[in-house]
Design a protein around this ligand. Structure first.
Ligand SMILES: Cc1cc2nc3c(=O)[nH]c(=O)nc-3n(C[C@H](O)[C@H](O)[C@H](O)COP(=O)(O)O)c2cc1C
Length: 141
């Protein structure tokens, strides 16, 4: 099992409709190759976690990298994982309203405009955020 986490910045303002269209397409494609994960959109920045077979992640990410709806793509994590964090989500979508105060505090510490600056620390914050989020989903399911 492989996981890739990156962040990026929107190229131009994404409307709700555009985001929903992007998400719909992403979910369809991810479902077809058993890729799961989450996509966070906040203040014009994206943070995405993809998990699945290495070749599938590689294919999907090569499309994502060429997508001109976003720019400044920075990989934060790209490695093997033991098991999925988001097994039940072809792409869990997180908006501002979905964030609780603990998660917001974590995200505030993460500098999206300069993510490589403190990569270790950033990644720890993101992992924490992802686990809080996935635990919440599991309770809801
Ligand atoms: C922030 C962002 C996240 C995306 N996430 C995914 C994804 O999880 N899976 C996916 O297949 N495409 C994703 N895409 C879309 C791809 O970049 C690309 O548009 C799509 O794979 C093209 O599919 P098509 O060639 O069948 O039209 C994402 C794009 C952006 C900008």
């Amino acid at each position: 099992m492989h996981s890739l986490i990156y962040c990026s910045r929107e190229s131009s303002k994404m409307s709700e409709d555009k985001l929903m269209a992007l998400l719909k397409k992403a979910r369809q494609k991810n479902e077809g190759c058993n890729v799961t994960g989450m996509l966070l959109y906040r203040n014009g920045f994206f943070l995405q976690c993809l998990e699945g077979a290495y070749d599938d992640i590689k294919n999907i990410f090569s499309n994502i990298m060429m997508d001109n709806r976003h720019k400044m793509i920075t990989i934060l994590f790209n490695d093997k994982i033991e098991k999925r964090i988001f097994p039940q989500w072809t792409m869990d979508f997180i908006k501002e309203e979905d964030l609780n105060s603990e998660i917001i505090e974590n995200l505030k510490k993460f500098d999206f405009s300069n993510p490589v600056n403190s990569q270790e620390e950033s990644f720890d914050l993101i992992k924490k955020f992802m686990f809080v989020r996935s635990a919440k989903n599991q309770q809801a399911a």
